[in-house]
Design a protein around this ligand. Sequence first.
Ligand code: NAD
Ligand code: IPM
Ligand code: MN
Length: 325
Amino acid sequence: MPYKVLVIPGDGIGPEVVEAALYVINAAAAKYGVDLEVKTAEAGDAALRKYGVAMPPETLKLADASDVIFKGPIGESAYDVTSLIRMRYVLYANIRPVKNLPGVPAVRDIDCVFVRENVEDVYVGAEYKVGDVAIALKVITGVGTRRVARVARRYAEMRKRKVTVVHKANVLRVVDAFFRDVALEELKGLEVDQMYVDAAAMELVRNPLRFDVVLTTNQYGDILTDLAAQVAGGLGLAPSGNLGDGKAMFEPVHGAAFDIAGRGIANPIATILSAAMMFEWLGRSDAAQAIRSAVERSILQGVKTPDIGGNSKTAEVGRYIASIL
Ligand code: NAD
Ligand code: IPM
Ligand code: MN
């Protein structure tokens, strides 16, 4: 039985980086004998203009029928597509590894994994405006915190057994204190510390190597992972996996980057490393490892996009990495 993969190219640089990643996915699947049935569907700003909905029913049907979703970035309708997928399939843990790549100029050395809660917090979509007052609800549940903390525990057990819980319980004395307390309870037996999110942002620049696994709430995780990606050399390199108890979705951390779209200069590595995470999740560490090594070789051989000091095109990088496989 093939694995059913639904590919959503997305908006802006999405189709460019996904095309490059597909060269690599197809090459890795062929080389390592991974049976994939790949379908492609529209979602995002372009779909919204065309059909009046960012997530067309046909795409949703294909997503329901898939084992795994491989997604490029979406534009202004990203919340309607990305969060819908995360919530519909209860992909409650967003795994965002951040690590230097050889030959990529970085702000600092960094090697950590963010485990970002992925379906709660201000992302529940409960916003109201009454006259001159606008209100958003931040929702944290015990069940939601325990399950994502268990994922952080799993990653910590594969690494240095160290977790930093990041929150802002000095201000959100009920909501963030609840997240902290439930998380700390669930992480007993590991080396655990905690940090306020503002200080964590500072520390990610000052001394990032102090972090191993970082467990945090949805919005702080969103913000800190862009920051951490830049510490390691840029958003164009940062992959992610959205995991639950069934399906999964893999996508780059970055957005549609309209400022550089259509020029063939977007870095496809974030998307290609997201494909490596997908193979890992499918139980194919051999293919995942081969992709990671091929990415490193392409950089060291100078086949790289302008954001990391090269002059290769997006598609060229994808084809080159695929050819190394
Ligand atoms: P962005 O991540 O798209 O871009 C931020 C900066 O990083 C830009 O200067 C961009 O050129 C650069 N960058 C991003 N990816 C790159 C790559 N692969 N190679 C080289 N440079 C890259 O963030 P933004 O500008 O705030 O958002 C643009 C759009 O993307 C918005 O409409 C936003 O809603 C959407 N967005 C979508 C997702 C998603 O679908 N997962 C994530 C974030 C933002
Ligand atoms: C991300 C993105 C999304 C988020 C947006 C576009 C909905 O920024 O995946 O980091 O905020 O989660
Ligand atoms: Mn983000």
